[in-house]
Design a protein around this ligand. Structure first.
Ligand SMILES: [Zn+2]
Length: 281
């Protein structure tokens, strides 16, 4: 089986996933902003690879040809190596472009590879939502990671998102995030659901595309609530005991499992309705 035929169902899923994440009414990513990736299933002997958005493609109007197959190993070797970068990255991306109809992966594909290398992760979505970036471009960026504000935030986003200082996108950023992720997982025993990049945007890291959509939707809500609470005298975070209780109680674990089996469509409809001013739900 050739890599192209292996990837066809994933290519269709990635188009759908990208159009959802890039929906114009959501404004999570404008024009060619943002990018998506899916880990490809591997047949015996096949290298581990991903499909990732090509540079310059629009998520809202994504088509199957807008995604490039990229093997993870050569990319991760660059991240873990000591080489300076640009020429080596160009060589790996040029090879992917030659093999995949001429489209080059987005420069942020390196960070997608880092995220897809984490245990249990098969889908990644990177966006620049306005409320999230309002905080990430402010003196209050760390308010996003100082604590949890409400129970549903914990159910969908977990309790420990990662905040990364501004670093030039590409190899340098991927190296720092790889190191920070390793330290984070060592310290908490968990893969974070969100990586916030200061003055840039967010990466949602999921078990599948539907989880990435839920994570992004909830991160946008958290940012909106946080912006409101900062304007209303400052956020009041849940106590450590309350957070631990929600994070581990059986009905919340059940809710999390139910969310994981439902599709993202109803919540997507709710988001559209909310933006049109219908708060009746
Ligand atoms: Zn970006």
């Amino acid at each position: 089986m050739t890599p192209m035929t292996t990837a066809e169902p994933e290519r269709a899923r990635l188009v759908e996933f990208s159009r959802e994440l890039g929906r114009v009414d959501r404004a999570w990513a404008l024009l060619a902003e943002g990018n998506t990736s899916l880990l490809l299933p591997t047949a015996a002997g096949d290298p581990v690879a991903m499909l990732v958005k090509a540079s310059g493609a629009s998520m809202a109007r994504a088509t199957p040809g807008d995604f490039v197959r990229l093997e993870l190993r050569p990319v991760l070797d660059l991240v873990d190596g000591a080489g300076g970068g640009d020429a080596e990255v160009d060589a790996v991306f040029d090879a992917a472009a030659r093999a995949g109809g001429g489209r080059r992966p987005s420069v942020e594909a390196i960070l997608h590879a880092v995220c897809l290398d984490l245990p249990g992760v098969t889908a990644v979505g990177h966006t620049h939502p306005v409320p999230v970036n309002a905080l990430l471009c402010s003196a209050s960026a760390d308010a996003l990671t100082r604590g949890s504000l409400f129970p549903d935030q914990i159910v969908v986003l977990g309790t420990r998102p990662l905040l990364v200082p501004y670093i030039d996108p590409g190899l340098q950023l991927a190296r720092v995030v790889r190191t920070m992720l390793r330290e984070h997982i060592e310290a908490t025993g968990r893969v974070p659901k969100v990586v916030y990049l200061q003055n840039h945007g967010m990466f949602a890291i999921g078990a599948d595309a539907a989880e990435v959509l839920r994570i992004t939707e909830m991160a946008v809500k958290v940012a909106e609530v946080l912006l409101g609470s900062l304007a209303a005298g400052g956020p009041v975070y849940l106590s450590e005991e309350a957070v631990a209780r929600i994070d581990t109680r059986p009905d919340e674990l059940h809710r999390r499992a139910e969310l994981a089996t439902s599709t993202s469509t109803p919540s997507a409809d709710r988001a559209a309705a909310a933006r049109e001013g219908d708060h009746s739900s």
